[in-house]
Design a protein around this ligand. Structure first.
Ligand code: BG6
Length: 485
């Protein structure tokens, strides 16, 4: 496994949205804190006919637009910009890569980040290979979408594997770079309290919600061909599910963690043509209001009618000993009432309530792991309401709060790409997705899409600013479960 830090970083798609919003600001953050190798050079490539000065000027503008002013010092910005170089390149033309190789010259290790349209992956990889930019200590990182189904994902993986062995392939799921997502591992495996109950005997059900208030965000070309299932569930939500459901890995290392996650993906019960209607709900937002402001419906934003789902809710099962009979309810959508990423664990209730004869109800314990926008963990416990209880005992849920924002107030929360880019440069693949994981994820997702097609499922309408179609509520209520709101 390559472990020496790269000396050169190649950024494909360097003028694109992700590079401007996330990658360049992240690299600046790392450089300003002295975390990048001192001599690391960063080469941007894209089709735009910029020269080095033009690229540096565009990068400076991106930093000023996307980083808080108090984190920008003129000195650090200058030092960062001096690392940047640019080679204009049409990645669909493998012959042009010789120029890139010339510009890069001798290097002691390369890290390459593809943030381009997947349609360019194959030609880019071929270009890198033919220019000798794939041999030796060269690592390749790929941004999603890594395919749109199992077959296309395999094609991409095969094309990558022809030039880069798996150990040097870094597939990005930016959720794995989020501090709070890794905190889930700390919560589960850094505490002895939860693990004995973290199974079908102790847990009634799990809910994972990723709700967004944004709509199409000018990404019609990509999003309309994708939809919520492929955009959010196939990758981010299944990764969250795996971290909740996996067995304890022996080490926090790439092999052990990914081995355990892939076992979860392979244990997911297929949702097939027969179970699809009872297990999934899809929706598409219509006009409505989010945070008090009126917003148009999806089709209006798109400018055409569409059958793409902007909301999906589903009920999954992990068929193994630990999770026998425990539903995992997942929901995600655009234009929902609030931005919230949350994992909600409902434990089993007490086996017998000694308070029933005194008129008190006992609620099962719940663990709410808030990932976004705030990082917090709350355990809801039953406590007695103060009083003399002349009319019976009253119990009430009281939260035991782990306010991470306060506990670590003096630590800056890094954006996910800071960690992922540093891991790429340093060669640690633990937080990247392995081929077998991504293919197992697609296999499960493909069956759902096949079920929708076979049953002519079309998304139900919901007004923007609501929690999706009412059928999503019925999905859980049938099991006597309410979504946590
Ligand atoms: C991306 C999806 O992968 O994740 C977007 O393509 C989505 O549609 C985004 O908005 C959500 O990421 P985050 O970090 O804002 O939760």
């Amino acid at each position: 496994m390559p472990t020496s830090p790269a000396t050169t970083l190649l950024l494909f798609g360097a003028t694109g949205d992700l590079a401007q919003r996330m990658l360049l600001p992240s690299l600046y953050g790392l450089a300003a804190d002295g975390l990048l190798p001192q001599d690391l050079r960063i080469f941007g490539t894209a089709r735009s006919p910029l020269d080095e000065a033009g690229f540096r000027a565009a990068a400076a503008e991106a930093l000023h637009r996307h980083i808080d002013a108090e984190r920008l010092s003129a000195e650090a910005v200058d030092a960062f910009l001096r690392r940047l170089h640019y080679v204009a390149l049409d990645a669909s033309e493998p012959a042009q890569f010789a120029r890139l190789a010339d510009a890069v010259g001798a290097h002691g290790g390369l890290a390459i980040f593809l943030s381009t349209a997947p349609s360019l992956f194959r030609a880019t990889i071929e270009g890198l290979r033919s220019a000798g930019l794939s041999e030796g200590a060269v690592r390749l990182a790929l941004e999603k979408p890594l395919g749109s189904d199992l077959a296309s994902s395999r094609e991409i993986n095969d094309a990558v594997a022809a030039a880069f062995p798996e150990a040097r392939t870094f597939r990005i799921d930016h959720y794995l770079g989020k501090e709070t997502v890794q905190n889930l591992l700390a919560l589960r495996f850094g505490n002895s309290l939860f693990e004995p109950m973290w199974n079908a005997a102790g847990i009634d059900h799990v809910q994972i919600t990723v709700s967004e208030t944004v709509g199409l965000e000018g990404r019609a070309g990509y999003y309309d061909g994708s939809g919520a299932l492929r955009d959010m569930v196939q990758n981010h939500m299944l990764q969250l599910l795996a971290l909740v459901a996996m067995e304890p890995p022996a080490q926090f290392d790439a092999g052990a963690v990914r081995d355990e996650k892939v076992k979860v993906f392979r244990s997911l019960r297929p949702i097939d043509r027969r179970s699809i209607l009872a297990s999934t709900v899809t929706g598409q937002y219509g006009p409505g209001a989010v945070a008090g402001a009126p917003v148009p419906g999806y089709a209006d934003e798109l400018g055409a009618p569409s059958l793409t789902e902007t909301f999906v809710a589903l009920k999954a099962h992990v068929d193994n000993w630990r999770w026998k009979g425990v539903p995992f309810y997942l929901r995600t959508g655009k234009r929902l009432p609030e931005r919230r990423t949350e994992i909600f664990i409902q434990f089993k209730g007490v086996p017998h309530s000694i308070f029933a004869s005194r008129g008190a109800t006992v609620e099962p314990n719940k663990l709410v792991i808030g990932l976004q926008p705030e990082e917090n963990i709350r355990l809801l416990m039953m406590a007695k309401q103060p009083g003399l209880d002349r009319d019976g005992i009253r119990l009430r849920e009281v939260p035991l709060d782990l306010g991470l924002a306060n506990a670590f107030a003096d630590t800056r929360r890094r954006i996910a790409y800071e960690r992922l880019l540093l891991d790429l440069v340093e060669g640690d693949p633990t937080l990247f997705v392995r081929r077998d994981e991504v293919e197992a994820q697609w296999e499960w997702i493909d069956a759902i899409r096949d079920g929708w097609a076979a049953n002519n499922v079309v998304p139900k309408g919901y007004a923007a600013g609501t929690w999706g179609p009412s059928a999503a509520i019925a999905l859980t209520e049938r099991d006597g479960v309410s979504w946590h709101e």
